[in-house]
Write a protein that binds this ligand. Structure first.
Ligand code: ZN
Length: 81
C-alpha cells in the first residue's frame, strides 16, 4: 500500500525555483500537500478539490472487473424444441 502517493502536477510551476513539472502532490492524513522535487519546496494545499484516488475508493483489479463482465452466451430458446 502507498502511504503517500505522490503524483506529478502536469504543467505546474514551482513558486520557489520556477521549474516546471517538478511539483508533486500527495495526500497525507487527509491533507493535500505539494512538494517540489527540484528545490524541496513543500506546502500544504488548502484546496479540497484534489481528486480522491486513494484508499477511500474501492480499487478493483483488472481481473475483478473482467470477472464481473462475463461473456453472455446467446442461446435461442425457441429453436424447434
Ligand atoms: Zn522548486
Amino acid at each position: 500500500m502507498f502511504k503517500a502517493k505522490k503524483r506529478f502536477i502536469a504543467g505546474a510551476v514551482c513558486p520557489r525555483c520556477s521549474e516546471m513539472d517538478k511539483l508533486t502532490m500527495y495526500t497525507e492524513d487527509e491533507k493535500d500537500y505539494r512538494e517540489c522535487v527540484g528545490c524541496g519546496f513543500k506546502e500544504q494545499m488548502r484546496l479540497q478539490s484534489a481528486p480522491k484516488e486513494l484508499d477511500t475508493r474501492v480499487n478493483k483489479t483488472k481481473e475483478e472487473r473482467d470477472a464481473e463482465v462475463q461473456p453472455v452466451k446467446l442461446i435461442d430458446p425457441g429453436e424447434s424444441n
